[in-house]
Design a protein around this ligand. Structure first.
Ligand code: HPA
Ligand SMILES: [Zn+2]
Length: 345
């Protein structure tokens, strides 16, 4: 019989909430620092890994922004993107939607062209080499001003056809979605899909603002929604996907341990939940590890896991044909696993 881990690793999955700046494995971080002559506070991969001990979102963001400094050239952006997509492919991810936040780089004088060419070039290469498809989401920082976010929108216009959507991350509490109403309105008018981090450390009211004021297509995290049953009803009715990141939530102490994670209650409430990796090296796992951690700690059934993976495909920002083809692939995989099981009884 196929064991659950092999089955889950082999499922054709999506990763819809993943930050390229947060995907740099410690070994690559050291290599890039050396290549660019950037001093780091750590000189071994183990020392870096040991520093990934966070007590809240801000303690993570401090390290995450420090890590951004090793990315300087087009080649660096290409290498980081290639490494993530190769690793995700091994993990059974067939489609990834990845964030990058240009403000961390343009503020240091790095031209946006270097970032865009590196990332998009690697995405094209990974598709040719591994068959993995990916889409780019441009993220702005909510702890900066809305005017700065609007400037990012201007900067990415030359790549309008290659950027599927825009999102927003950074320090949540004190920076409610409503501060960025004009930015998200402008992004929607330009034809970008939209998503926003909400209800990670912030309250359910931020998720409500994201849906009602920003009118986003997807909520990143969204855990806090469970505190407001009327909001849950709205999210279910409007079928707004939530890109949940369970290992991230444990590491950032949004939940005290995996057994306390609301994922199963969210599923039972009928929410369109997906499972994603956020910043894999920082939080200890790619999508498979996230799904396995939930499967083990929350007593999920294999049918629950397949439901979550199906939700991910349905929540993606790809074309209807692309989505249908991934759903077909998922159904075939599940059917084939059933036949193997039946034959081995
Ligand atoms: O989980 C997150 N929350 C907010 N900002 C972020 N930037 C990267 N990951 C995150
Ligand atoms: Zn995130």
């Amino acid at each position: 019989m196929t064991d659950p881990e092999t089955f889950i690793r082999g499922l054709p999955k999506t990763d819809l909430h993943m930050h390229l700046e947060g995907s740099i494995e410690p070994e690559l971080m050291l290599e890039l620092a050396e290549r660019n002559g950037i001093p780091l506070r750590w000189d071994t991969a183990d020392a870096l890994r040991a520093a990934y001990d966070f007590h809240d979102l801000q303690s993570f963001l401090d390290l995450y922004f420090e890590g951004c400094k090793v990315l300087v050239t087009e080649r660096d952006f290409r290498d980081v993107t290639s490494a993530y997509l190769a690793r995700a492919h091994l993990d059974g991810v067939v489609h990834a939607e990845v964030f990058i936040g240009p403000q961390s780089f343009t503020e240091r004088g790095i031209p946006i062209e270097a970032l865009m060419r590196g990332v998009l070039g690697a995405m094209d290469e990974a598709r040719a080499q591994h068959g993995i498809t990916s889409a780019l989401l441009i993220s702005v920082h909510r702890h900066r001003t809305e005017a700065e976010a609007m400037a990012v929108l201007d900067q990415i216009l030359p790549w309008r056809d290659r950027v599927v959507g825009v999102g927003m991350g950074g320090a949540e509490v004190g920076n409610p979605p409503s501060r960025f109403a004009r930015f998200f309105g402008a992004a929607r008018e330009l034809g970008f899909r939209t998503c926003v981090h909400a209800g990670e450390e912030g309250p359910a009211a931020y998720v409500r603002e994201a849906v009602e004021i920003l009118q986003v297509d997807r909520i990143d995290h969204g855990n806090a929604s469970m505190a407001d049953s009327a909001l849950v009803r709205d999210l279910v009715e409007r079928r707004i996907p939530l890109t949940v990141c369970p290992l991230s939530n444990v590491r950032l102490r949004v939940v005290s341990n995996m057994a306390e994670h609301p994922l199963k209650s969210m599923l039972e409430a009928g929410l369109h939940v997906t499972v994603n990796s956020d910043d894999p090296p920082y939080f200890g796992g790619y999508v498979t590890e996230n799904l396995l951690a939930c499967y083990d700690a929350l007593d999920l059934s294999i049918a629950d896991v397949v439901r979550i993976v199906r939700n991910g495909i349905e929540a993606s920002f790809i074309t209807t044909e692309g989505r249908d083809s991934l759903l077909y692939r998922l159904d075939r995989y599940v059917e084939a696993s059933r036949s193997i099981e039946a034959a081995s009884v």
